[in-house]
Design a protein around this ligand. Structure first.
Ligand SMILES: [Zn+2]
Length: 416
């Protein structure tokens, strides 16, 4: 059946030989001259088909122009757009070798591991590149986002931000310092923003995330280059229309610098579970001085934290400082710095009364499902362009925007 289909498709494609007159625009403003016909084999979901199409040459640029390839979406690609989409779905879901087996088992399509990797990473990288350019344009106000007419309009929009390490090849981390025993980096950080909305609270006043409302952007970029990606995503999700904007993160300084610069009107909230971990670490420091009072002291400070009374937490702890040896006093004061710095982001009692989320679990889960589950499998080592492509495919898929990759003119050019 597929052989018959391939034969029909080949005849269908052959009906247009791609001759567009004696001269065509080369794409750079010059005129390219018709030279003759060239053949190309394209692998499709039905198998290989050979197409013969007009070939033009631009004397100014010195390169060939094949109008038919652009129309068919096969310029610089040997797979048809339909097969590339299937390949990207498989390669986003599973390691390349497993994706190859999946395609063979499910669709009878035999593609080598390298071809799958190259095709999926190329299409993913193109999508990432387009997202970067589009985000910059949104931030400059050159592109206006039309938000969907949701009924009812969500009440709260959350931007939850986190980072996670992806294991890299030696070449991709050459010369970078790391935290490991050899002092060399083995991973690169991917920054991830998970954007979701919340409208309702449950019977006990706890917030409920709107179903299917989470979208993701992820990148290896520096904070400076990640900022427009995250900002544009928030704008796409209606940050300018929704009443209450919240930024959730752990204590990492870069997150709060970004939040202050981009969303000064948002309510910033430090993840309660990170704050509790810091408090446990502080209590561990004070194990000896507190002696038998340790557990009771910790419970009282956890209660301070839960209500958001950071001043009480800090002043109570500071009363211990004069009794401590200088080294311990210094490390205790340093540990308290986390709480004083973030005090206004830790008003948990107040936030809870407003029915707000106080944990960044959504973005931490995103780090695991969007990034970790595919990119951090045992024995994997990535380079930046390859990982960027797969991360883009997975982020867009998790955001229910996978189809936007394939409907865009980058692979489907209209006939002029
Ligand atoms: Zn030219």
């Amino acid at each position: 059946m597929t052989q018959i289909g391939a034969s029909l498709l080949e005849q269908l494609l052959g009906a247009d030989g791609g001759y567009r007159g004696p001269r065509v625009d080369c794409g750079d403003g010059h005129s390219a001259r018709f030279v003759g016909y060239r053949t190309k084999t394209i692998t499709t979901v039905l198998g290989a088909v050979t197409v013969r199409r007009g070939y033009y040459h631009c004397a100014d640029c010195g390169h060939g122009v094949l109008p038919r390839d652009d129309e068919l979406g096969v310029a610089d690609a040997s797979l048809s757009p339909g097969l590339r989409k299937i390949t990207a779905v498989a390669a986003a879901a599973a390691p390349f070798a497993a994706a190859s087996t999946l395609l063979a088992e499910l669709a009878g399509i035999r593609l080598g591991t390298k071809r799958i990797e190259r095709s999926a990473e190329t299409d993913g990288a193109a999508a990432a590149d387009r997202q970067t350019r589009e985000s910059a344009a949104i931030c400059r106000g050159e592109v206006t986002v039309l938000t969907p007419a949701e009924q009812p309009v969500p009440d709260k929009l959350y931007i939850a931000i986190d980072g996670t390490g992806v294991p890299m090849t030696a070449a991709a981390v050459a010369g970078r310092a790391g935290k490991g025993p050899d002092g060399r980096a083995h991973t690169r950080e991917v920054k991830l923003a998970a954007v979701f909305t919340q409208t309702a609270v449950d019977d006990e006043g706890r917030p409920i995330r709107d179903p299917d409302s989470t979208s993701y952007v992820a990148s290896f970029a520096t904070v400076g280059d990640f900022a427009p990606l995250a900002a544009a995503e928030a704008t796409r999700r209606g940050a300018e229309q929704i009443r209450q904007l919240v930024v959730l993160g752990d204590g990492a300084a870069w997150i709060w610098n970004l939040a202050t610069a981009r969303w000064p009107h948002a309510t910033p909230i430090v993840d309660l579970y990170h704050a509790r971990e810091h408090l446990h670490a502080l209590a561990d420091l004070l194990t000896d001085p507190l002696g038998p009072d340790h557990d009771q002291w910790l419970q009282a400070r956890l209660a301070d934290l839960d209500t958001g009374d950071i001043e009480h937490l800090v002043t109570t702890t500071e009363t211990l400082l004069p009794t401590l040896d200088p080294t311990l006093a210094a490390s205790t004061a340093k540990a308290l710095g986390y709480f004083t710095t973030n005090a206004h982001r830790m008003r948990y009692g107040y936030f809870r009364d407003l029915g707000l989320f106080v944990g960044s679990g959504v973005v931490e889960a995103g780090c695991k499902t969007v990034i970790g589950a595919r990119l951090k499998q045992s024995g994997m080592h990535w380079n930046i362009p390859g990982a960027t492509g797969i991360i883009a495919l997975r982020s867009l898929q998790a955001s229910n925007r996978f189809d936007t990759i394939w409907t865009h003119p980058h692979n489907q050019t209209n006939i002029a």
